[in-house]
Design a protein around this ligand. Structure first.
Ligand code: NDP
Length: 234
């Protein structure tokens, strides 16, 4: 059955692969984008998730076109890497505001329709570094670790309403975000990855789609790594 799906940051990278995976399975897929031209084939809504009014407006547009969101994939995220000594408060707060508080905004708004429908699936895109830590990424890692506590709290709060909350924790994925790394950084990372390569965005999308599928009906509060083994044990 076709469901109403929303993928934030679905215009490129992992989000676009997730949007395609749902669309290929026959779902109605809306994506949010913040800048540039969105890809064709989806209901594309311009929305900066740091702005509550834009989030509200995006939901209104999506609900008018494809009904209340039944499956939410909170994927939008940013990095602003810096060693603590040089990390400004703005670097810290803005990453938290996008990755953690932005996710709160979109999840809270989706919850309204899910409560009414007495069902819903929410998948948050975290990162292996949320649990493993990463030098130079204290802001990003804190935001991604925060998503785990957020999802698990909501899994407890809303399990009785038949809404599941799960987290996918990708390792290094071949997208714009990781293309900024230099060769030396890439080699250092790869030496720690048992599978010895980056993930393709589609490999993350497959795990996300599973968590939103009927097959995953008894899974909530889980953190699923898609990291080639990088975070094993965490
Ligand atoms: P990209 O940098 O390729 O894409 C990021 C997406 O987030 C873009 O669609 C971007 O929109 C959107 N976005 C950023 N800030 C905002 C905002 N304020 N409001 C709305 N949308 C916003 O990254 P990836 O595809 O690699 O990453 C997707 C998710 O996966 C992120 O949460 C990231 O942290 C996570 N992740 C990525 C890993 C990787 O190795 N690539 C590893 C682990 C996790 P726009 O195009 O307009 O800028």
């Amino acid at each position: 059955m076709s469901r109403s799906v929303l993928v934030t940051g679905g215009n490129r990278g992992i989000g676009l692969a997730i949007a395609r995976a749902f669309a290929d399975a026959g779902d109605q897929v809306a994506i949010t984008y913040r800048s540039g031209e969105p890809p064709a084939g989806f209901l594309a809504v311009k929305c900066d998730i740091t702005d509550p009014e834009q989030v509200e407006q995006a939901y209104k547009e999506i609900e008018a076109e494809q009904g209340p969101v039944e499956v939410l994939i909170a994927n939008a995220g940013v990095t602003k890497d810096q060693l603590l000594m040089r990390m400004s408060e703005e670097d810290f707060v803005s990453v938290i505001d996008t990755n953690l508080t932005g996710t709160f905004r979109v999840v809270k708004r989706a919850n309204r329709g899910m409560l009414r429908a007495k069902k819903g699936r929410v998948v948050l895109v975290s990162s292996v570094v949320g649990l493993l830590g990463s030098a130079g990424q204290a802001n990003y890692a804190a935001s991604k670790a925060g998503l785990v506590g957020f999802a698990r709290s909501l899994a407890r709060e809303l399990g009785s309403r038949n809404i599941t909350f799960n987290v996918v924790a990708p390792g290094f994925v071949d997208t714009d975000m990781t293309r900024t790394l230099n060769d030396e950084q890439r080699e250092a990372i790869m030496s720690q990855v048992p599978l010895g390569r980056y993930a393709q965005p589609e490999e993350v999308a497959a795990a996300v789609r599973f968590l939103a599928s009927d097959e995953a009906s008894y899974i909530t509060g889980a953190v699923i790594p898609v990291d080639g083994g990088l975070g094993m044990g965490h």
